[in-house]
Design a binder for this molecule. Structure first.
Ligand code: PEP
Length: 254
């Protein structure tokens, strides 16, 4: 297997103050400077804190991610932040399709497709989250759901993704594992990650460089065993990324 960079991304969600966010970023920065990790470390603060954190991590190994982007290009869209604004503010990555945006904000695949397009147009890498709900899981529909989510993503963004496959990172996040302390078993993960890789490769050979992350209740205790899963290129971390020590421990342990 060709050695490629592992990815560790911390999604801070709608948490923290300006002060606590800067302090968290500073702690991660110090650890990263000391440890010189070979993986790609991404922190994803609330949009309003992106700029001060950009100034802090500027020229470091840490990359900046946004949690959201407008589905539209610049113009009369009150309250929205465009891909080009994010790019201009030093953002390298952006989440799309997170389960909280699917299930609480009620965004759908067509919104996600527009967002993916805007981001690729703005030269920002997309971290596309997908995964089955608890109900799907109980009804053994996991693979069916993942396949349909992936098919929609790749069909709706065919031209962009064929041209820029490495601009996409997939993040498999079973909804029932997000913030619950539950994680799929090693056997389930092996089978699902193989399935995701096969599904992506079957769509087009050009998609083989696309990295696949796991997200859902990752902690310093389970990170290294999760990373043993074949075809898994990194981790997307929610809760644990809000505690500097936990996030750093995860970075150190994988
Ligand atoms: C997430 O929301 O992307 C996530 C993985 O959350 P948690 O780590 O808290 O389960």
């Amino acid at each position: 297997k060709i050695m490629s960079k592992k990815i560790i991304a911390g999604n801070w969600k709608q948490n923290g103050t300006l002060k606590s966010s800067i302090s968290l970023a500073k702690k991660v920065l110090q650890a990263v400077k000391k440890a010189k990790y070979t993986h790609e470390i991404i922190i994803i603060p609330p949009s309003i804190f992106l700029l001060p954190i950009r100034d802090l991590i500027h020229k470091s190994q840490i990359k900046l991610g946004a949690q959201n982007v407008s589905a539209f290009s610049d113009g009369a869209y009150t309250g929205e932040i465009s891909g080009s604004m994010l790019k201009d503010s030093g953002v390298d990555y952006c989440l799309v399709g997170h389960s909280e945006r699917r299930h609480i904000i009620n965004e759908d695949e067509s919104v996600f497709s527009s967002k993916v397009s805007r981001l690729i147009d703005s030269d920002i890498r997309v971290i596309y989250c997908f995964g089955e709900t608890l109900n799907d899981y109980k009804n053994k529909k996991t693979k069916l759901i993942i396949k349909s989510q992936l098919k929609k993503l790749f069909l709706n963004n065919k031209n962009n993704l064929k041209k820029h496959p490495s601009k996409l990172i997939l993040a498999y996040e079973p909804v029932w594992a997000i913030g619950t302390g539950l994680v799929p078993s090693p056997e389930e993960l092996v089978s699902i990650f193989k399935y995701i890789r096969d599904t992506v490769n079957k769509l087009d050979k050009k998609y083989s460089p696309i990295k696949i992350l796991y997200g859902g209740s990752v902690t310093p205790d389970n990170a290294s065993s999760l990373m043993d899963t074949k075809h898994l290129d990194g981790l997307l971390i929610g809760g644990a990324s809000l505690v500097a020590k936990k996030f750093i421990d995860i970075c150190s342990t994988i």
